[in-house]
Design a protein around this ligand. Sequence first.
Ligand code: CP3
Length: 351
Amino acid sequence: MNFLNTLNGKIASQPPIWIMRQAGRYLPEYRRLRNTELNFIDFCLNAEKASEVTCQPIKKFNLDAAIIFSDILLVLHMLDFKVSFIENEGPKLKKLNLGERITFNDWRKFKSDLAPVGEAIKLSRTKLNKNVNSRNIPIIGFSGSPWTLFTYLTEGQSSKDFSNARKFLWSNTNRSEEVFEILVQAITCFLEIQLDAGVNAIMLFDSWAGSIPARFRNKFIYGPTKKIVQYVRAKNASIPIICFPKSMGEGIVEFADIINPNCIAVDHLTDMEFVHRSIPKNIAVQGNIDPICLVHGGNILKREVDYLLNLISDRPYIFNLGHGILPATSQQNLTDIISYIREKNYGISNS
Ligand code: CP3
């Protein structure tokens, strides 16, 4: 409850805690189950296995929220841009070339292909409710944001400078807008499946928001993101929304103003003092701890946590990292920092 209360504006003396990529390779039980499927997409679409790994970190660390195990690239895979994951190389997919259109229009098939994600959510709910400690733990549903999906679509893989994506925007802005419309439709379908299956919050990952030319923010970040937020709120007004416009710099202020999410997730490259003084106090913030600092652990990590929690004591805050937990992270460091936060009393609680 603490997690949803925080998203709804309450300040708690101990912040709720969850970790991006909390079901991931730093957990041996994740790696064991992951090794039973060759293909990562098949693994995500196996509702039994996806629900099992969704629950693993909750059982182990008693976190305050579960995030459904899936991937943002499933949406592109189901739009017929087949994705494969090659170990140590990241994702590879068929790419959309300059001048090409997306011809996709079979939304019924799109939804039935992604139905296992809904099943995984329902199974996760059942599994979490079986255990007294995790009964009613909120489940976060998610999607990539249009711009971040557009980068994978036009690069065919991860990228350093996103030159294909940017070329696409500059050389044919109208064609790009058509592509974004399809991405918005695909994303809302993906979220619809998750909302219908009973997720309690939504997170939009715009991992590469910091790499779009600022001149295009209005057209390709704010506009399409706003449409998705409006869709979620029209469907279910009580579902809180977390946005992660990663490394957007000063743009995070305009983002918060235009999008007005319940919560903004802040990466570790962004100055939290700037965010805290620049965005309205009714918007919760999440994250900001450098994932490498959690790998390091010990007193240095505790000092960072104290700094952050003392800084943000007068606004709702959700403890998390600035990006996903790294495979090299020791589980003990995570256990230690969770107990440290839960034993302390930060600021004044109004709940
Ligand atoms: O957070 C969670 O525990 C839920 C599951 C989740 C995954 N991916 C599982 C995953 C979530 C929320 C994502 C989101 C995601 N996927 C993002 C946005 C967040 C971010 O990290 O910026 C992005 C950009 C992707 C695309 C993606 N998926 C990449 C670039 C990779 C390869 C990089 C890597 O870490 O290997 C993936 C694969 C992936 N998605 C893994 C996991 C646990 C690792 C693959 C494996 O276990 O074989």
